[in-house]
Design a protein around this ligand. Structure first.
Ligand SMILES: Cc1ncc(COP(=O)(O)O)c(C=O)c1O
Length: 461
C-alpha cells in the first residue's frame, strides 16, 4: 500500500480503531499498521480503497476458489436471495439445500450418506465431535465401565476456535494451553512430515522413519484406543499448524487402527477440500474414507459461510428411534442450511462439473512447484515443499539457519512489505506459504515468488 487513501477512509479507519475488534489480532498492532481497506474483489485480486490491487495469495484464509466475484456465484446469490432468503431448517427443507446434497454426494466416498448443515469450519468440527461421542454412547460401545469419553488428534493440528475444536487442536500451545481447564480430553499423536513433498528432499532413512511412525501409531492405539470416541485429523496437510505435509501411508494406517479399535475417524477437510491438494478431497489420495467428514471454506467457493458434516449410515443409525427414546442429535444453528449460501455452493460445484477446475488445480501445481523451486535455495528459506496447489517453506535467519526470534516479527514485517508490492502473503509463524485461488494465472504465481525472494533478500540486509 503505497498510494494515499481517499479522505473518507480517514474517518472509517478512526471508526475501526475506536470500535472494532479484529480476529486473531493483537489490536495494538493496528496503532502502527491499520487494517487494509478493501473495496472490491476481481478474479484473484483484492481491490483496495487507494486504487491498488493485491494478489490474494492465500485465498482470503483459504476460502476463495474460483476467484473473487465469479459471475456464476454472484448471480446464484442474487437469484436465491430474491426467492427465499432464509428459513429455519428444523422441520423445513428447501431446494438449494437438497440440490447441494445431490451435487456433492457423488464426489464423496460412497459410505458418506448423511449431510448435517452448519455455518463454518469450527462448527462442522463441533458437530462431528458431538456426533461421534453420542453415537458411541448409543451404540453401547463401551468397554467395562470406562466410557469413550476422549478424542485422539494429531500433534500440531488445528480444527477451529470454538471450545470443542480448540480441545482437539494444538497450535503451539498458545490456544490449547490458555484454555486447557475448559477443554475436551484429548490424546495426541505425532506424525512426521513427508520429505517426498520437498523440492530438495533428504530421503535417507525415510523408509525406516515411516515404519517407526507406523509402529508408534499402533502403540498409541494399543494404549488409548478403547477410550477414544473418535480420532480427528486434517488429511495429508496440517494447514494452520504450518503447512505440515504428512504421509498418506500413515492416514491409511490411521484408518486401520480406528477400525480395529472401534474408533470413529473424523477427517477435517475444511481447508483441504475442493481441489486444494490436487484431488477433490485430500483423503482420496490415500484411498481413505472417514466416518465423519467436515467441509467448509471452499464449499461456497469462498462467497458465504456454510459447512457440512457428512456421516455414514452406520453412525446415523445410532440416532434413529422413537421421539421419546432420547436418541436424536439435538444440535442446530439459526442459519443452518441458509438457502442463499446453499445456492452459491451449488453454483461452485457446478463449476467443478462444467469447467476444468481440477485441471486448473493440476496446472497450478506445476506453477507452484516452479515457484517453490525458484525460492528453495534462497539462504533465508528451508524446506520448500508443495502439495497440490499449496506451496510452503520455512523462514530462517540466514546467519544461523534457525527460525527468526519471535520478537523480530519477521513474518509480519514480510507480510506488510509484500502488501506494498501488491501481494497478500501472511506467514503462519515461520511458515511462508501461497494458497491462491485455483484460477490464478501462472504468471501471477511466479511474480509472487519473485516478489517474496526479493523482499527476503532486502529484509535480511
Ligand atoms: C482444518 C481446519 N479446520 C477447521 C477450521 C475452522 O474453520 P472456521 O475458521 O471456518 O471456523 C480451519 C480454519 O482455518 C481449518 O483450517
Amino acid at each position: 500500500m503505497t498510494s494515499p487513501l481517499p479522505p473518507d477512509w480517514t474517518d472509517r479507519l478512526a471508526l475501526d480503531r475506536a470500535h472494532v475488534w479484529h480476529p486473531f489480532t493483537q489490536m495494538k498492532v493496528h496503532e502502527a499498521d491499520p487494517p487494509v481497506p478493501v473495496v472490491g474483489g476481481e478474479g484473484c485480486d483484492l481491490l483496495l480503497a487507494n486504487g491498488e490491487r493485491l494478489l490474494d495469495g492465500i485465498s482470503s484464509w483459504w476460502t476463495c476458489l474460483h476467484g473473487h466475484g465469479h459471475p456464476r456465484l454472484v448471480s446464484a446469490l442474487e437469484r436465491q436471495a430474491a426467492k427465499l432468503d432464509h428459513v429455519m431448517f428444523a422441520g423445513f427443507t428447501h431446494e438449494p439445500g437438497l440440490e447441494l446434497v445431490m451435487r456433492l454426494r457423488p464426489k464423496l466416498p460412497p459410505n458418506l450418506t448423511r449431510a448435517f448443515f452448519s455455518d463454518d469450519g469450527s462448527t462442522a468440527v463441533e458437530v462431528a465431535l458431538k456426533m461421534a461421542f453420542q453415537a458411541q454412547l448409543q451404540r453401547g460401545n463401551q468397554r467395562g465401565n470406562s466410557a469413550r469419553d476422549r478424542f485422539g488428534a494429531l500433534r500440531g493440528g488445528y480444527h477451529g476456535d470454538t471450545l470443542g475444536a480448540v480441545g482437539v487442536g494444538e497450535l503451539e500451545n498458545f490456544m490449547t494451553g490458555l484454555f486447557s481447564p475448559l477443554l475436551l480430553a484429548c490424546e495426541r499423536l505425532e506424525v512426521p512430515e513427508d520429505p517426498r513433498r520437498e523440492i530438495r528432499p533428504d530421503l535417507s532413512e525415510w523408509p525406516q522413519r515411516l515404519e517407526a511412525a507406523r509402529r508408534s501409531m499402533q502403540a498409541f492405539f494399543s494404549s488409548h484406543g478403547e477410550r477414544l470416541a473418535a480420532f480427528i485429523a486434517e488429511p495429508l496437510i496440517q494447514c494452520a499448524g504450518g503447512m505440515r505435509m504428512w504421509p498418506p501411508e500413515l492416514l491409511q494406517e490411521l484408518r486401520r487402527q480406528c477400525d480395529t479399535h472401534g474408533v470413529y475417524l473424523i477427517l477435517d477437510e475444511v481447508a483441504t477440500g475442493f481441489g486444494r491438494t490436487g484431488s477433490f478431497l485430500a483423503s482420496e489420495q490415500a484411498g481413505v474414507a472417514p466416518d465423519l467428514l467436515c467441509l467448509s471454506k471452499g464449499l461456497t467457493g469462498g462467497t458465504l459461510p456454510l459447512s457440512l458434516t457428512w456421516a455414514t449410515e452406520e453412525l446415523y443409525g445410532h440416532f434413529w428411534g422413537e421421539p421419546a427414546s432420547g436418541r436424536a442429535f439435538l444440535h442446530g444453528h439459526s442459519y443452518t442450511a441458509n438457502p442463499a449460501a446453499c445456492a452459491v455452493a451449488c453454483a461452485s460445484l457446478a463449476l467443478f462439473d462444467e469447467e476444468p477446475v481440477l485441471a486448473q488445480a493440476a496446472r497450478l501445481n506445476q506453477t507452484m512447484t516452479e515457484a517453490m523451486t525458484a525460492l528453495a535455495d534462497h539462504p533465508g528459506i528451508r524446506q520448500a515443499r508443495v502439495l497440490g496447489t499449496i506451496g510452503a517453506c520455512r523462514l530462517v535467519d540466514p546467519s544461523t539457519g534457525q527460525a527468526h526470534a519471535p520478537e523480530s516479527r519477521f513474518g509480519w514485517r514480510l507480510h506488510r512489505r509484500a502488501l506494498d508490492q501488491g501481494l497478500l502473503a501472511r506467514p503462519i509463524g515461520d511458515c511462508l506459504y501461497l494458497m491462491p485461488p485455483l484460477s490464478t494465472p501462472p504468471a501471477r504465481i511466479l511474480e509472487a515468488a519473485d516478489t517474496l525472494g526479493r523482499l527476503l533478500s532486502e529484509q535480511h540486509t
